[in-house]
Design a protein around this ligand. Structure first.
Ligand SMILES: *Cc1c(COP(=O)(O)O)cnc(C)c1O
Length: 393
């Protein structure tokens, strides 16, 4: 099948078990695919936009209800949809960060957090992770003190990733937030790998802002995401426009500058909405995801020389592996060099491991069934066997 313009139909999730770290949680549900077809046209959600004209007030399709549901599901007061988590970060930095202000990030922060700080003129100050690649409350306190000593003021905002993208480790957001709040620093909870994957309770974590990624973790099309906050911060973050034209004296009512009025106007939003009932259900079964992940990890660990670099036992399905002492040794002499691994995995119907990577790589088993997890486990062991690596049985 072709889409024209030289575009072939993509058949990745149809033909393979996809363990790509960033794709596993974003795979669409059947309902989202239907919504994309129905709402693919530009501005399609605007058919029934009535006064007051703003995206989050539209009742048909039920966008207004979706906003309320998302906020209460995250145990926050109010929510908006944004074109990706990064645009949520940007709205927050643009509101709270002035030129030269220090902002707390971590040594495991995602580049989009840095760019959001840069865009607002802020200065990146990273809380270092400990030897186990965990961000602690103590390290947070020490960093705040350091920033205060050096600049004379505490950071104006902190970005904390509940689960980081490098190791998939889980960090104690509640404890970190408690420390930040002692210095009156608002905390942005980055749920790019958690919102839509496992239960998130913003209030009990002490989050001032909760950001989630639709296309990474909510089975939604890109670019989509959510930004939720408390009533206290909503007044600032979701302030309405005050600008007026000097000739026409036009004003723009309740449009919000940080949202540029309206954000997701078609397939992205309706796709996210269509997946939402499935997403609400799936977060309740994260224990099963971890059980399936363990099947794969146990198999990898049985291959002599393989190390799991992520915290163990796992608390998230995104996992970093070091196979320098196993699969990489095979690459030295294999005629396909390092590409043999992804190629052999493809022969087993598995995709998502970076072609050529045999030393340090990541996978995300999110969404695999038990049978698929067992298939993955057997595939890794079979590839090890075929290439003469020792497997402990
Ligand atoms: C993927 C990711 C992002 C970016 O998410 P988008 O929705 O693509 O903007 C931000 N932070 C972390 C930790 C991520 O893993």
């Amino acid at each position: 099948m072709r889409c024209g313009a030289g575009i072939e139909a993509r058949q990745v999730n149809e033909l393979f078990i996809n363990i790509d770290p960033i794709q596993a949680g974003g795979r669409l549900t059947g309902d989202a695919i239907k919504a994309i077809i129905a709402y693919g046209d530009g501005y399609s959600v605007c058919d029934n936009c009535r006064k007051p004209n703003r995206l989050d007030y539209i009742a048909k399709p039920p966008i207004v209800d979706f906003h309320k549901d998302v906020a209460s599901w995250l145990n926050m007061d109010t929510a908006r949809v944004v074109p990706g988590a990064r645009r949520g970060f940007q709205a927050v930095t643009h509101t709270y960060v002035q030129k030269g202000d220090p902002v707390l990030l971590t040594s495991l922060s995602h580049y989009t957090e840095f760019l959001a700080v840069e865009g607002a003129g802020g200065v990146a100050r990273e809380i270092p992770a400990n030897a186990e690649h965990i961000i602690t409350a103590d390290a947070t306190a020490a960093k705040i003190e350091e920033v205060q000593r050096e600049t004379g003021k505490p950071p104006v905002l902190a970005f904390i990733d509940h689960v980081d993208y490098q190791f998939g480790n889980m960090h104690d957001v509640a404890a970190i937030t408690k420390v930040a709040h002692q210095y009156d620093i608002p905390v942005l909870y980055n749920g790019a790998y958690t919102v839509g994957i496992l239960p998130v309770d913003g209030k009990s974590l002490g989050a001032d802002f909760v950001v989630g990624s639709g296309h990474k973790s909510m089975a939604a099309p890109a670019p989509s995401g959510i930004l939720a906050t408390t009533t206290e911060h909503a007044q600032q973050l979701f302030r309405t426009t005050t600008i007026e034209g000097d000739v026409t004296k036009r004003r723009f009512g309740i449009k919000e500058p940080e949202m540029m009025g309206c954000t997701l106007m078609g397939a992205t939003l309706v796709g996210m909405m269509a997946s939402f009932p499935h997403v609400k259900e799936r977060v309740k079964h994260f224990d099963l995801e971890l059980a399936h992940n363990k099947i794969i990890i146990d198999a990898l660990r049985s291959i002599d020389g393989t190390k799991i670099l992520s915290e163990y036992p796992r608390r998230h399905t995104l996992t970093r592996v070091d196979t320098t002492g196993s699969f990489d040794r095979v690459a030295e002499t294999h005629k396909k060099r390092g590409f043999y691994l992804s190629s052999a995995l493809a022969d087993h119907g598995v995709t998502g491991v970076i072609p050529g990577a045999t030393r340090i790589w990541k996978f995300n088993s999110y969404g695999t069934t038990k049978r698929q997890a067992e298939h993955l486990a057997a595939a890794f062991v079979a590839i090890a066997d075929e290439n003469g690596l020792r497997v402990t049985r």
